[in-house]
Design a protein around this ligand. Structure first.
Ligand SMILES: NC(=O)C1=CN([C@@H]2O[C@H](COP(=O)(O)OP(=O)(O)OC[C@H]3O[C@@H](n4cnc5c(N)ncnc54)[C@H](OP(=O)(O)O)[C@@H]3O)[C@@H](O)[C@H]2O)C=CC1
Ligand SMILES: CC[C@](O)(C(C)=O)C(=O)O
Ligand SMILES: [Mg+2]
Ligand SMILES: [Mg+2]
Length: 331
């Protein structure tokens, strides 16, 4: 069983007296920096001019260009989009690091796939909250937290693990539990989860269900409710108590249909395709495709996004959600 670290396990105040720079002030960046600051840490923001920089200033942070923030800091957390990290690291971060500094990540992509190779005299760690940044901030503000993973890639000073755990405590995650992993494990499992199940798997399952009903002559609005809207209710139950709680709550008819038809849809072929997806992640083929597309100006990314935004389910959903203002209320 994995060891889980809680507040009482963080015995070394490894961030005390250290200047922290958070690079990027988006989903994860605003959450890490605000939570760390609320826990008494000395945090500045490194960012380019723009919307996020303005927001960070509004939120009361000192804001600097990335190079300047790096120069001032002892610990530098890199929370800009994965595809941009390698060039920003080479141009603005690496030249401004000193021996004994630490760099950190919220996802292991660039270290694991070798697009960033840090100098040997700095610590390299990761703290990856297991949830979107806005949830990380919201739970912290309520006195709770989102659990996180942490990993050490390079321990130049002998203190990297203590710094990583202090960071995990700073963002609040040790209130509920932090699990140790490696950059390889976090990167490969995070990519697999988001591609095969959480994002890619779910969106395409929902679209296939919607198309099946609409092509069979049912009203698109009814199809939307049945395959997308109600998904949240089902996922909330699984989130609270696993599949067992969800199956306890639904009707016997639905539960029986789950057992009979689930395996007809998600066949062993689907699992074989999942294994192919995992192989592409493990070999670096996905990372290469993503990085090459970025370098070419993201033509495939933009085309796929436009195609998906044009799916009928989006227009139908936009209309129906006007009937349900509560869906966008914060819970
Ligand atoms: N989204 C999430 O909840 C999760 C993200 N992660 C990881 O966290 C990291 C950050 O992702 P995420 O928070 O989604 O990113 P976002 O896209 O939400 O935010 C990126 C931030 O970086 C800034 N930025 C972009 N390019 C540059 C640049 N060239 N120089 C300086 N600043 C720049 C953006 O500013 P501007 O407004 O100017 O564009 C923005 O503030 C990634 O490694 C991701 O994999 C991990 C777990 C979950
Ligand atoms: C599920 C998507 C995610 O991995 C996340 C929020 O954890 C991401 O990269 O955004
Ligand atoms: Mg994730
Ligand atoms: Mg991810």
């Amino acid at each position: 069983m994995t060891k889980v670290y809680y507040d009482q396990d963080v015995t070394v105040k490894a961030l005390e007296g250290k200047k922290i720079a958070v690079i990027g002030y988006g989903s994860q960046g605003h959450a890490h920096s605000q939570n760390l600051r609320d826990n008494g840490n000395d945090v500045i923001i490194g960012i380019r001019a723009g919307k996020s920089a303005d927001k960070a200033k509004e939120d009361g942070f000192e804001v600097f260009p990335v190079a300047e923030a790096t120069k001032q800091a002892d610990v530098v957390m890199i929370l800009i989009p994965d595809e941009q990290q390698a060039e920003v690291y080479a141009a603005e971060i690496a030249p401004n690091l000193e021996a004994g500094n630490a760099i950190a990540f919220g996802h292991g992509f660039n270290i694991h796939f070798g697009t960033i190779t840090p100098a040997a005299d700095i610590d390299v760690f990761m703290v990856a909250p297991k949830g979107p940044g806005h949830m990380v901030r919201r739970q912290f503000a309520k006195g709770s937290a989102v659990p996180a993973l942490f990993a050490v890639f390079q321990d130049a000073t002998g203190n990297a693990k203590d710094i990583a755990l202090a960071w995990a405590q700073g963002v609040g995650a040790t209130r509920v539990g932090v699990l140790e992993t490696t950059f390889k494990e976090e990167t490969e499992t995070d990519l697999f989860g988001e591609q095969a199940v959480l994002c890619g798997g779910t969106t395409h399952l929902v679209q296939a269900g919607f198309e099946t009903l609409v092509e069979a002559g049912y009203q698109p609005e009814i199809a939307y409710f049945e395959v997308l809207h109600e998904l949240k209710l089902i996922v909330d139950l699984m989130y609270e108590g696993g599949m067992e709680k969800m199956r306890y709550s639904i009707s016997n008819t639905a539960e029986f249909g789950d057992y009979v038809s689930g395996p007809r849809v998600i066949t062993s072929d689907v699992k074989d395709r999942m294994k192919d997806v995992l192989t592409d992640i493990q070999t670096g083929a996905f990372a290469k495709r993503f990085t090459d597309d970025y370098k070419a100006g993201f033509p495939d990314f933009h085309a796929m996004r436009a195609e998906q935004q044009g799916h009928q389910i989006e227009a139908v959903g936009a209309e129906l959600r006007k009937m349900m203002p509560f869906v966008n209320e914060q819970q």
